[in-house]
Design a protein around this ligand. Sequence first.
Ligand code: C2E
Ligand code: MG
Ligand code: MG
Ligand code: MG
Length: 281
Amino acid sequence: MYRAKKYGIKYQIYSHLMTKATLGLELEMDLRRALEGDEFELYFQPKIDTNSRRIVGTEALIRWLHPRKGVISPNDFIPIAEETGMILKIGDWVIQQACRQNKIWMDEGLLNVPISVNISPLQLWFGDIVKSIKEVLTQTGLPPDYLELEVTEGIAVQNEIQAIERLGALRELGIRIAVDDFGKGYSSLNSLRLFPADSLKVDKAFIDQLSIPNSEKNNQITKHIISLAHAIGLRVIAEGVESEEQFHCLKAFNCDEVQGYLFSRPIPEKEFRKLVPLQAT
Ligand code: C2E
Ligand code: MG
Ligand code: MG
Ligand code: MG
């Protein structure tokens, strides 16, 4: 900023381009230190039952508390973690922490619901996720049906058969599978046909458009995604619910669960445990 002021607008533009180019490399080096340095933290966002408005699940969302840059969103570092292969270690850490935390809440009697973890396609393509999850469940004592994996249709881009086999093996263990960001990609229906799954999360893009003027087309699509999912035995969760209007729409469409800022943002564990008694199951 100091130099930008000194050299004026040209420098600012140049500096912005430089930042974009070097940011990736800088973050990559920092990522390697972050795991050892205890810089990752899980935030938690409740999943709310549409009828009772009670907590019926929790999604764990990773945050990077960077010593100089502050909180970095997963959208900014997961792609770099995937490019560098670091995602495998980070992914193991997330599963381990989420299972451990959920077992603590259950033992305390604070909350007795499944925890959902987002899985990168790379975790299904490489390594042995079935074995490592089995180990984590044994070590933490978390019952398998208290863990859910959220996967996107991206898993079917490569090694499709292996990815689907592994999801099947995990589901055999009793672990739940959710299809995340449904409707956002270009092969959503195919992923529904192929993936063994228990639930479907309707992408926020559909929820954003609910109950705004001239959104009849969007409403019909959303309504029919929900009935399609129900017809093949899946539960449906709406993500990114921000208003009562959206909530009422979804309730009218028989959506089973909702998640979004209307109920809670993803928050650190300390805050989450204060929220739970207010909305406990
Ligand atoms: P996602 O799994 O689809 O998670 C939903 C995202 O929407 C989260 O962003 C959440 O904070 C945000 N969100 C929830 N409710 C609302 C709302 O009402 N309004 C708005 N505007 N946003 C809402 P977040 O935490 O930044 O995560 C972004 C994505 O990063 C996730 O999307 C997921 O794909 C990925 N991600 C997060 N944690 C992990 C992780 O541990 N491992 C992997 N592989 N990916 C992760
Ligand atoms: Mg998710
Ligand atoms: Mg999602
Ligand atoms: Mg999403």
